[in-house]
Design a protein around this ligand. Sequence first.
Ligand code: NAD
Length: 464
Amino acid sequence: MKAHDGMYIGGAWRPAEGRDTIAVVNPADEQVIAHVPAGTAADVDAAVRAARAAFPGWAATPPAERAARLAALRDALAARAEEIAETITAELGSPLRLSRAVHARVPVLVAGSYAELAAGHAFEEKLGNSTVLHEPVGVVGAITPWNYPLHQIVAKVAPALAAGCTVVLKPAEDTPLTAQLFAEATVQAGIPAGVFNLVTGLGPVAGQALAEHPGVDLVSFTGSTAVGRSIGATASGAVKRVALELGGKSANVILPDADLARAVSAGVANVMSNSGQTCSAWTRMLVDAERYEEAVALAAEAVAKYEPGERIGPLVNAKQQARVRSYIEKGLAEGARLVAGGPDSPREKGYYVSPTVFADVTPDMVIAQEEIFGPVLTILRYEDEEDALRIANSTVYGLAGAVWAADAERAVAFARRMETGQVDINGGRFNPLAPFGGYKQSGVGRELGPHGLAEYLQTKSLQF
Ligand code: NAD
């Protein structure tokens, strides 16, 4: 695969300060497909300086012009959709169909939504005898994961640029080629030099240097809770803004009168998509005692259609594969009933894990509490609605969820009592404008739509 051997800083691809590189591996066949530079604190420093230098000019650029650049970015991403899909399939391992339909397509929608929001946003408001100015926060340090490599970049960079901020991005080490393609798209879109900068590198080196850099005003991080917690502590210590998008263990609550077949099939698809590497995945299916066995049988039947290597890809790397397999072992040791899959690798080559379903899972089990981040569904039994609510709210997470009922009103009443940031009612459709983010330990802040834009703005009030 084509890769740049430099960093995109201040409008040019520059050689890295150090000589170390990161090997990019195709998780489907374990072959090295490219190398990218492993950035150091010196590269991060150069990128932050470039972003600081570009900030006053970009902040003063009229919102309509910023909107025009974002519209051009949307068009550049749309024009290169096939190349983006192939690159994501090569470095993440997702089936090409998923890469096209989700990984390449959603970022186009999100970039487009921010072109519109930048053009229409009221960056000034009147409040009594005050004029309130909504001004960009400054230089943003964005640290992104590998599971939705382009979406997570665009969900940070597009609102930051719409607000008038400049950005330094440190993408995940597993998926840097997608980030390089994104940098190329910003050039095609005519985004001025220094407004967007890219430093590839290891998390504890380049990522940490970015989070700690005094020239960064806001750190936006998506990834594991452990790293998020430490970034949050570093940022608060420096009195910097911080946005954290962390893990989840979301509940798919199927109420007793719901269309069971539909809810189970949508629930299985939701967990198996992207090999279960989705922070908002509904990994806990909650079913009433009466229809429990029927749901388990339906889930086992649905999961059998996910043939590894065809409909479901590998995990991103060997470490994640080992981690997920150890959770499956843990589920067996805890006494959960395995109804599909298991810890054995379904293929000789590639970081595959068998699509797995556990029944008789109780809320206190580790597999019902911790984020597994693989194709593993747990099915829990509830006695009545109060019991279902207690189970749904019984983890430290609160990112997403689903409720199914014959009557949408009943589902909404249940959703109101859930401690979580986003709930799909009877299989509601994805909305790129809906705020996305966590309650409890799933994070701080919101991404997407106008709420995502607000994260990158600060207010100044003028009194008359
Ligand atoms: P991670 O948190 O280590 O990596 C996410 C990003 O943070 C990457 O860009 C990484 O380079 C960077 N990073 C790592 N250590 C850092 C540090 N000390 N300072 C600054 N940046 C740092 O996640 P991972 O190891 O790739 O995945 C482990 C687990 O995290 C997964 O199994 C899953 O549970 C969770 N995860 C969640 C999401 C999500 O969308 N919420 C995404 C990826 C992973």
